[in-house]
Design a protein around this ligand. Structure first.
Ligand code: HPA
Length: 236
């Protein structure tokens, strides 16, 4: 079978899919962590792989950047490929100096100004959406067992990376309680909620809008490895 954006047999995709933004990161994850890997998608170079982690099946596929992109891929995976769980594994920019670079964050809520949810559903939808409670609890348990500290909080899911104003992060932090920004979780959570599926979002802090510090690709690797271990614990 295939959908407009994924060409794979249903049996080639596991019930749990990890989604980094970058399809080449999906390849690196498959090469580094998984055994018995098959590639299930090459359409638009949005690579997807399935393999085993500690003997259990798991898939990993790029989501692209932004809600329009993850909205398409997560919808097709949930609805057409009957995927049960999608865990976004991404990076974020800190809105508060209480977050340090490399911190690993588990999103407890996603706030957005985006019309994605309302346009998708044809009705007014809340500006704050939640991930799967069960999945978040399972990720927390895994992080505890691995001794990996998780920071939890409400995330800002933004449609815009380059804003005209410079201090918007301060207003958003104060008015909406959002601790960091990324660009995909709101659409992912909405799709999971309307399709009765499970979604979660793990992030590492890659830059700070407060201090303007930024990580280098090499530095990101260690924090990324910790986040990966937590996410991979959900292989089934
Ligand atoms: N803005 C939006 N998304 C991001 C950022 C950012 O500063 N950093 C990592 N993902």
């Amino acid at each position: 079978m295939s959908t407009p954006h994924i060409s794979a047999k249903k049996s080639e995709i596991a019930p749990v899919v990890l989604m980094p933004g970058d399809p080449l990161r999906a390849k690196t994850i498959a090469d580094t962590y998984l055994d018995n890997v098959i590639q299930f998608n090459t359409v638009r170079n949005m690579f997807g792989y399935t393999g085993t982690y500690k003997g259990k099946a798991i898939s990993v596929m790029g989501s692209g950047m932004g809600m329009a992109s993850i909205g398409i891929y997560s919808y097709e995976l949930f609805k057409m490929y009957e995927v049960d769980t999608i865990i976004r594994i991404g990076s974020c920019g800190a809105y508060t100096d209480e977050l340090d670079l490399y911190d690993v964050i588990l999103a407890t809520e996603s706030y957005s100004e985006s019309t994605y949810a309302s346009v998708q559903s044809g009705t007014d939808q809340p500006a704050v959406l939640t991930p799967s409670e069960r999945l978040n609890a399972s990720l927390e348990t895994a992080a505890d067992a691995l001794n990996i500290p998780l920071k939890k909080g409400r995330i800002h899911s933004s449609d815009v990376f380059y804003r005209a104003t410079e201090n918007h992060h301060d207003t958003l932090y104060k008015e909406h309680g959002v601790i960091a920004v990324e660009m995909e979780s709101y659409a992912l959570f909405h799709n999971a909620n309307v399709l009765n599926k499970h979604a979660a979002c793990l992030l590492t802090v890659s830059d700070s809008l407060v201090t303007h510090e930024a990580t280098t690709p090499e530095e990101r690797q260690n924090a990324f490895t910790q986040m990966m271990e937590v996410a991979l614990s959900q292989a089934v």
